[in-house]
Design a protein around this ligand. Sequence first.
Ligand code: A2R
Ligand code: GDD
Length: 318
Amino acid sequence: MKALITGITGFVGSHLAEHLLSLNYEVFGSVRWRSKRDNIAHLEKQRVIKLFETDIKDPLSVRKTVADCLPDEIYHLAAQSFVPTSWAAPAETLDTNILGQLNILEAVREVVPDAKVHVVGSSEEYGLVHPDECPMTEDQPLRPLSPYGVSKVGQDLLGWQFFQSYRLHVVRTRAFNHTGPRRGEVFVTSSFSKQLAEIKLGKSQPVMKVGNLEAKRDFSDVRDVVRAYHDVLTKGTPGEVYNICSGTGRTIQSVLDLLLEITGLNVEIEQDPKRMRPSDVMVLEGSAAKIKKEVGWTPSIPFEQTMKDLYEFWLERV
Ligand code: A2R
Ligand code: GDD
């Protein structure tokens, strides 16, 4: 089986590549000429993946990559993935995420209409959630609170529409927060782990910068999430959407407390106004009942282990 991963150089892409290789897939990935390749350097060294220069905003570029790979499965991960950037660059976010995906789906329709396509949405699509609506099923209303959330609603609905209009085998997911080694350093778990690793190694003063500690998120390990991505594409129902989550909501304060416990450090906490958002999503806690029942997926890695692995990763990196 041949799989094309768009955004293979990103955090999730590198883990998904490892998972698919372990299942004996031939793995292709999209890269840009300026992409940092640290996350996949080990795979490139082993010569186990093939890379194609592609900008998903360019329809010709996307079509050529799809035609060169002729994949059986496409995991469309490439995106502007950082929520705060979507306020700074909303048009770029909508363009990359929605029109980028349109280019992928049109190329699939034209070149490999029988391929299976995984469309990656997000729990950010739910946005404004009231505590009494948790744990949220896939029927929860979509009330996105950021341009990023809107872009993911666009991707989600575009995937549904291509299934309805053209019967493409599209399966959609809404992953809640996921983390683990190689997580981009701007996201909360990595930002905190990296700062603590620098303090531990004496490279910074014992002062940490944080944003909104009151928000609640539902975290899974990225290695469980990529397993879910493959499972939904191969065992899920085309046209359907699946939450991927642990079912447990944690405040960001409790994530910070756990990291402080793991590191054994005592640090001063400073709120950084630049890390606050115009409208943060305050509560995200999902129900994984559907994916469990229909696909048989459940998470397996405890959050404490994920955070230890992430901290170890940053200790080595800094
Ligand atoms: O920045 P690069 O060159 O390393 O590539 C990133 C890729 N990407 C693009 N690829 C082609 N054409 C574009 N115009 C374009 N814009 C971005 O998407 C990188 O390989 C990937 C994003 O990686 P991360 O920021 O680490 O995201 P992560 O956490 O792996 O998220 C994967 C998916 C995204 O759809 C998120 O919105 C969702 O999971 O949560
Ligand atoms: N980034 C960051 N940095 N967030 C902080 C900080 C900080 O210093 N302090 C508190 N937070 C809070 C944010 O306000 C937010 O409520 C929460 O921590 C998580 O922020 P992020 O890690 O940046 O992730 P996200 O929830 O905005 O989005 C991630 O998860 C989505 C799935 O729900 C991204 O990976 C998205 O691409 C993904 O779709």
